[in-house]
Unconditional design. Sequence first.
Length: 215
Amino acid sequence: MQPKDMPHFQDLLLQYSQETDVDERKRLENTLWEEYGTENTVLVLDMSGFSLLTRKYGIVHYLSMVRRMQLTVEPIVKSYEGRIIKFEADNCFAVLPDPLTAVRAAISMQLAFNATNLLTAEELDIHISVGIDYGKILIISNHDCFGDAVNRACKMGEDIGNAGDILITKEAMELIPKNAEIKGTLIELSIAGTSMPAYSIEYRPDENPPLPDNN
């Protein structure tokens, strides 16, 4: 079924909220999932240091960095057959074909910013954190997306992750083939008071030190 636009989505939500018949509400809910629902991998990126940089250098300085972030991230997402859902403030919300592709895209983003930071003054360096999850979500054209996978990816990318982090839920990590050689450190997160296992992806050289030579 061809996805409808945001006004149609909002109209269905309003009908649902005003409907008193339980069966009719269920029908409206099913319609929403049929028209907008998908199982997808969600990637949420957040730029680090917004408050500090804005206070120190001003909002124009930070907005210029946000624009550079957008121009760097969008072609990377597209190169991994993903789609940008929206840029919101200093965040990026995207969907990608599968968790492996999302992790590879996230690593490419981190490495790209690490490289460009070598060419910029420290106050213009861009640092990001990324959260990744997989699940059933609602996507409304290129306007917005909703669902538990969106919420968890957003929480990891925005609130929990530090600069340089790529965090992925345990469920999404388990969908990555073992032979893909994606390594992560198991961690325990707290989201909305609920404990949740996740992985911190290892991609930096200092995360995989060489084994000592005993010969």
